[in-house]
Design a protein. Structure first.
Length: 606
């Protein structure tokens, strides 16, 4: 960017979200479906990982942009998965939502009154009203102190919980109206205090939704869930006593896939925001809460009572477990998000600028389509004998393609069995096993720590996407942080009695490399003229001259006579229509310059 020219536009906001299936297919230029990469002549196979539509390869031009390997920027492809899979990064929060859902009414087990409290607070925080959000808790106390006559007249029309919800909603409307804040203008600015309050509120929300075992809306007792290696989710069976309670109450758990397919989707009027953030609940906290939840559940399940439902005391038995596939889990979360759409629209969005109503979907917790990077980012390795070896990253994608193909074949055998075949007929258990293998392959692609092969053998596996981004050797810190950048240098420090306490000594090699663009005036003409004549190798000198239009002339390629001619023209006036503009000389650092220093305390002993 040329800083001498005026800027006509600026970045208004930056947001992060999830690419859904339609977005991925819009970016993609080719579907990758062939596990084989090369043919017998070492040519890229169409539909393989080195398909020429994804970019130029070796001497072959790209079929998308018709450019060679030097000019082709690369194009992404995609892999369609035959079944939905869990996103390993967000599986902990998925399990928390699954435990918070009622299996009978498909609402959150949290009471409507408590859900409304979080809903109103999030609305106020969305407008930056922190004080009003804290005052919201005082509405319940104020209603209790209300005079009996007014309370009696209002209780005839509304239940106690409905009265509190009604008062809260009125309080939110009055607070927002009194503040006179435009939410779309407010979201352009970042406020750390508001963000911290919202972060704490969301954390408390996810903690409270799994606090109770009995649904506060329909009084149903839902089974609990556990996960196994970020691959499987199991549903724990209810205890004998809880089963008897649900049987007497005529509670029946229906399959979520069937319920979702038979009923129409409800349209819930709620907050007009798209969910794409706040999936930052700590995995360590999730693991601790999961263990605590399981222990509490087992203690409550194993307690035997004499007479609660007329059922005699039974010996505690080990509860049976049922495997729940990702398709059923997604159906359950879809029902949950439809029932409590309003609160989830606010939870999973903090700074959306979308004004039209877009409801949140639980698809962010699942993977249906994978992006495949261009060929130039997966270069092949050539050995000394001329043979070609694929990139290590390709092995992860090949495993996904093979497992996807296996699932498609099993599904085809189940739907259209061959009566004349002598092989064993594959059933749903084979499909589940292949499903789990595909989940392992996708987990290994995203995070190497989720690879089922661990220990000494696991060290040879390819790094996942997470490992390529995190820590010091990741793409961000390795290329963007702690490296040499423009107008910056790094060195050790030591005391020097020859300089003042408010001064610092800079090595001469730094003074020649670090430059400052100083405008040429009649007051500093002589100094800058001599700096240009000295050139870049003699201190105090100059590295370049910046003209009126922003053009930079490098003095390193100029001779002594050429530098002298340029130095004599430093005060030449410009013919710009907006007025005279001075030239700038990128000179070396000199005595008296102001510098910004940063000391690393961990690198220096006192």
């Amino acid at each position: 960017m040329n800083t001498s020219h005026p800027v006509s536009c600026s970045i208004n906001s930056v947001s992060f979200g999830f690419l859904d299936v339609s977005d991925i297919k819009t970016l993609s230029v080719k579907r990758i479906e062939n596990p084989q990469t090369f043919d017998t002549l070492l040519h890229p196979v169409p539909g393989g990982l080195y398909d020429l539509a994804l970019g130029a390869w070796a001497d072959y031009s790209c079929t998308t942009c018709n450019l060679n390997a030097t000019g082709c920027p690369g194009h992404v492809g995609h892999i369609d998965l035959p079944v939905p899979l869990y996103h390993p990064i967000f599986m902990d929060q998925l399990l928390r939502l699954l435990r918070a859902k009622c299996a009978y009414c498909h609402h959150l087990k949290m009471s409507r009154k408590e859900v409304n409290r979080y809903l109103c607070k999030l609305r106020l925080i969305q407008h930056g009203l922190i004080v009003a959000a804290e005052e919201l808790d005082n509405i319940d106390v104020a209603l209790e102190k209300k005079d009996d006559e007014a309370a009696a007249s209002e209780s005839e029309e509304y239940s106690p919980d409905e009265t509190v919800i009604r008062r809260r909603n009125q309080f939110v409307k009055k607070s927002v109206k009194a503040a006179k804040i435009n939410p779309w203008e407010w979201k352009r600015e970042k406020n750390e205090a508001v963000a911290d309050v919202r972060r704490t509120l969301v954390k408390n929300f996810f903690k409270d939704i799994t606090a109770g075992r009995i649904c506060n809306n329909c009084s149903g007792i839902s089974p609990t869930y556990r996960k196994d290696r970020y691959v499987k989710i199991f549903e724990k069976e209810l205890s004998f006593k809880d089963k008897a309670k649900m049987s007497m109450g005529d509670f029946r758990v229906k399959n979520a896939v069937e319920v979702l397919g038979s009923c129409k989707k409800e349209v819930v009027d709620g907050a007009s925001n798209e969910g794409n953030l706040d999936l930052h609940i700590s995995s360590d906290d999730e693991e601790k809460n999961e263990k605590t939840h399981d222990q509490t559940r087992e203690q409550q399940t194993n307690k035997s009572t004499d007479t609660v439902t007329g059922v005699p005391k039974a010996k505690p038995e080990k509860a049976a477990q049922r495997y729940v596939n990702a398709m059923e889990v997604r159906a359950q979360l879809t029902l949950l998000f439809e029932k409590d759409q309003e609160i989830f629209n606010l939870i999973y969005n903090s700074r959306s600028t979308v004004k039209k109503s877009i409801n949140v979907s639980p698809d962010m917790f699942f993977i249906q389509t994978l992006l495949v990077p261009p060929n130039k980012y997966r270069p092949e390795a050539k050995t000394g004998d001329g043979s070609i070896s694929e990139a290590q990253q390709n092995s992860l994608y090949q495993s996904i393609l093979k497992n996807s193909e296996q699932i498609s074949l099993i599904f085809q055998d189940i739907m259209n069995p061959d009566p004349e075949s002598t092989y064993r007929k594959r059933d749903f258990f084979d499909l589940q096993e292949a499903w789990c293998s595909l989940q392992d392959s996708v987990n290994s692609l995203i995070d190497r720590d989720r690879n089922p092969i661990q220990g000494a053998a696991g060290k040879k596996t390819e790094d996942g996407i997470k490992q390529k981004l995190e820590k010091k050797e990741g793409l961000f810190r390795k290329n963007m942080m702690g490296k040499r950048v423009n107008y910056a240098a790094r060195s050790v420090i030591s005391p020097d009695p020859n300089i003042e306490t408010n001064e610092i000594g800079v090595p001469l090699v730094f003074a020649k490399k670090l430059t400052y663009p100083e405008p040429v005036t009649s007051h500093n003409f002589k100094d800058l003229q001599q700096a240009v004549i000295n050139g870049p190798d003699k201190w105090p000198g100059a590295v370049a001259i910046e003209n009126f239009n922003g053009q930079v002339v490098n003095l390193r390629t100029k001779s002594q006579d050429e530098r002298l001619a340029l130095a004599n023209q430093l005060l030449a006036s410009s013919s710009n229509s907006i007025g005279a503009r001075n030239k700038k000389v990128h000179r070396h650092l000199t005595n008296g310059d102001v510098v910004l220093m940063n000391r690393q305390p961990t690198l220096h002993k006192p």
